[in-house]
Design a protein around this ligand. Structure first.
Ligand SMILES: [Zn+2]
Length: 446
């Protein structure tokens, strides 16, 4: 039996249905689960002093492309729109191999962990030079964060009217076979799972209608979730209207891509009817506000989605279109953007944090995470509010208005992944050295 007692937390935002907030509370973690919440709890295990900390559920990242961490701020793509940005980066990604995917996942997940993330999904849709989904799963396991890897794919190369170069696309039969392989090898459907696998064609403009449909059939046969990009910007909607004769929501519905086992990234351009469709079918949305700003895609109608009952979580999106991967920063950006669109009362700091925690957990089908509650998994972020960023705040629990950008401590399945603001589970400095060398080599400097 392993126990850790988080003692005397200044505030605990539980994210339960009643929006309960506790003060001066203890939280007992035992064998990966929250075993007790109260005052003057006792343990024979380690005690973590949380007097200066606000405790939240671990943040959940519902959309990412971790490999892109090696191509942040690439000059040719810094100011491009989505399609031009992709065309700048494809030739660089063509040169990646297994080690690039492993190291970029390790560093990217560490960056996320420091920003409060305990559970991340990843959308990996290109596999050059022998790379496999296994590479990023290994990185997540080594770091100790909860990981939902999705087996992405691209099948329509430039010679068939698609966007990616032919060298980065795969045969559709090989894609489906590898989906089965990685699901059988890694997917854990049980409560408390550290690794789950999903099926995730890259986008409607890089795979065929048949692969979208077959992926949905395969995912449902295997009982795994499905993910893709949808309605990201005006070009995306125009492509759908021109090629498929319908809006993205209709395309998704026709091919089986709605339901509680589906979540779509971006959805910036969903109209009212599509929002109603997503609400009625319990289809989830990964809202990526910084990426949407960075690529000039627009402001996703998140307030309208939440009002309609759509499950919404947050995503940092790939590091090449953000270019930072701070999940707490993403939550603040989500709050600010909804205020730009709908007024200062459109989204409170606590409401945005709820989207970042419980909202994301629900989008990923994780009802065992996302709240601080007895019996749920011990995934917790501890935010030290005694520092400069919180100084002068009359409400330190309003973390997104005035609060730290990094956690002091982070627990995943009761294991301490961040201790005193440092990654505790691996030698992150060595990983950074390797990452820096790789990025320099890719840029032609090493
Ligand atoms: Zn994306």
């Amino acid at each position: 039996m392993s126990e850790i007692l988080i003692r005397n937390a200044r505030a605990v935002l539980t994210m339960d249905d009643a929006e309960t907030e506790l003060s001066d509370a203890d939280i007992l973690l035992r064998d990966g689960v929250i075993a007790g919440i109260g005052s003057r709890l006792e343990t024979t295990g380690e005690i973590v002093d949380a007097r200066h900390c606000v405790v939240t559920p671990g943040l959940v990242n519902t959309h990412h492309h971790l490999y892109q961490g090696l191509t942040k701020a690439v000059p040719g793509g810094q100011d491009a729109l989505l399609f031009g940005w992709l065309q700048t980066l494809y030739p660089i990604w063509e040169r990646f191999g297994p080690e690039e995917f492993y190291v970029s996942a390790q560093v990217g997940l560490a960056e996320l962990a420091l920003s409060g993330c305990t559970l991340s999904s990843d959308h990996l849709y290109l596999y050059p030079n022998g790379a496999r989904l296994d590479d990023s799963i290994a990185a997540a396991q080594d770091l100790g964060v909860r990981f939902h890897a999705t087996r992405g794919s691209m099948s329509i190369g430039v010679s068939n009217g698609g966007l990616p170069p032919d060298s980065l696309v795969e045969q559709e039969s090989a894609i489906l076979e590898d989906c089965i392989r990685v699901i059988d090898a890694f997917h854990d459907p049980s409560e408390g799972a550290m690794v789950r696998v999903g099926v995730a064609p890259c986008s409607p403009f890089s795979v065929s209608r048949e692969l979208m449909r077959d992926s949905a059939i395969l995912a449902r046969d295997k009982g795994v979730m499905m993910h893709t990009h949808l309605a990201e910007n005006d070009e995306d909607v125009a492509y759908s209207l021109e090629k498929f004769g319908c809006r993205p929501g209709q395309y998704a519905e026709d091919l089986g891509w709605t339901g509680p086992d589906v979540w779509h990234a971006h959805c910036v351009k969903l109209d009212g009817q599509e929002i109603d469709l997503f609400a009625a079918t319990r289809t989830g949305v990964a809202h990526c506000p910084c990426s949407n700003c960075r690529l000039g895609s627009g402001i996703a109608p998140v307030r309208a989605m939440l009002d309609a009952g759509v499950n919404v979580g947050l995503g940092v999106d790939g590091s090449a279109s953000n270019d930072m991967a701070s999940l707490i920063g993403e939550a603040r950006q989500a709050m600010l953007l909804q205020r730009v669109q709908n007024g200062a009362d459109a989204m409170s700091a606590r409401a945005a944090l709820r989207v970042a925690t419980r909202g994301g957990a629900e989008v990923l089908g994780r009802h065992d995470c996302g709240q601080v509650a007895v019996g749920l998994r011990a995934d917790l972020a501890l935010w030290d509010v005694s520092g400069l960023e919180s100084a002068g705040s009359w409400d330190p629990a309003a973390l997104l208005l005035a609060g730290p950008q990094k956690v002091r401590h982070l627990f995943v399945e009761g294991r301490q992944v961040v201790r005193d603001g440092r990654i505790a589970t691996l030698d992150i400095d060595a990983a950074l050295v390797r990452h820096r060398e790789m990025a320099r080599t890719l840029a032609g400097l090493g």
